[in-house]
Ligand binder design. Structure first.
Ligand SMILES: [Zn+2]
Length: 84
């Protein structure tokens, strides 16, 4: 079981932390794959800013998305519905 878990781990091309699963496309920040945290707090805001969204709004969208993803993961792990 441990071997199976290790095989699913990948390294984020932005922050270098390990993450489980497929990860996310880090374009336009980097190549490879990135973790959810970098996707929400770096990549999504960068893409929104490329579209002309202001930095504060772009970061706000990314932070909201990250909170939602964390709530969904917690809900899946605990079986307790989140209020987010
Ligand atoms: Zn990362």
């Amino acid at each position: 079981m441990l071997i199976k878990k290790i095989a699913l781990m990948n390294e984020c091309s932005i922050c270098g932390d390990d993450f489980e699963g497929m990860g996310n496309n880090p374009d336009p920040i980097n190549d490879g794959r990135c973790c959810d945290k970098c996707d929400c707090l770096v990549v999504i805001p960068a893409r929104l800013m490329q579209l002309g969204v202001g930095i504060h709004a772009a970061i706000g969208v990314g932070r909201k998305d990250y909170a939602l993803r964390k709530a969904l993961i917690r809900e899946r792990e605990t079986g307790i519905p989140s209020r987010a």
